[in-house]
Design a protein around this ligand. Structure first.
Ligand code: PEP
Length: 248
């Protein structure tokens, strides 16, 4: 869709080291310019070096989670105010790994998205069904429920989020949703956004789940797929850059 600029976001998860990050970021910076928006979401301790390395480029950066609280006695948590100080443009919220391993509820994810927007940070809100839910025919109901909580909590700001559809069964498994399967869900999400905000047609809906250089093009040419959230393939500059090129 020509109306929307594509966005490719690398989700490094709990990977990295000073040495590996420097190499990876240099590889991305050197490969510019891209014909799409590009960002990396890095572990908290690496935000500082990422900000320094990317500051002079148009590559954006962000975090992989945030607290829903402004500040206070929340040991181990990181506030959106802190992310703001490190120049974060994005924060991933509601990744399926956080929902599954940290018990994050739809409402908590919505509260985190709201906190991010309050500091001018764009939340990348992840939704997606498990294999069991897909096989039970519940895909639509699950993603709609997950997105609905965020839409209601954000209210008139709903048009400012980025949505990422990430089928849980496709994350880190090497099993990708077919372009048709992904597009079908993206169309459902777009329709839900249209009912909530006049900005729905400008909003970026990313696909995530085993996106690789060899399947990126066909996914990104679907009508309602506006880029990708990339896990494993975001850890190698060559692969990540190839995916960015596929989007541009
Ligand atoms: C992710 O975790 O956001 C993801 C899409 O991972 P992968 O690309 O490795 O499936």
């Amino acid at each position: 869709n020509k109306m929307r600029r594509k966005l490719v976001v690398g989700n490094w998860k709990m990977h990295g080291s000073h040495k590996a990050n420097a190499e990876l970021l240099a590889g991305i910076v050197e490969a510019r310019p891209f014909g799409c928006d590009v960002a990396v979401c890095v572990p908290f301790p690496y935000l500082s070096e990422t900000a320094v390395t990317l500051a002079a480029s148009d590559v954006r950066w962000g975090a992989q989670d945030c607290s829903a609280h402004e500040q206070g006695a929340y040991t181990g948590e990181v506030s959106v105010g802190m992310l703001h100080e490190f120049g974060c443009r994005y924060v991933i919220v509601g990744h399926s790994e956080r929902r599954a391993y940290h018990g994050e509820t739809d409402q908590l994810v919505a509260d985190k998205a709201k906190a991010a927007l309050a500091r001018g940070i764009t939340p990348i809100v992840c939704v997606g069904e498990t294999l069991e839910q897909r096989e039970a025919g519940e895909t639509e109901a699950v993603v709609k429920r997950q997105l609905s909580a965020v839409i209601h909590t954000l209210g008139h700001c709903a048009g400012e989020m980025v949505v990422a559809y990430e089928p849980v069964w496709a994350i880190g498994t090497g099993r990708t949703a077919s372009p048709e399967q992904a597009q079908a869900v993206h169309a459902v999400l777009r329709a839900q956004l249209r009912a909530a905000t006049a900005r729905a047609d400008e909003m970026q809906i990313l696909y995530g789940g085993s996106v690789k250089p060899d399947n990126a093009t066909v996914l990104f040419t679907q009508a309602d797929i506006d880029g990708g959230l990339i896990g494993g393939a975001a850890l190698k500059a060559k692969d990540f850059v190839a995916i960015c090129r596929a989007a541009g």
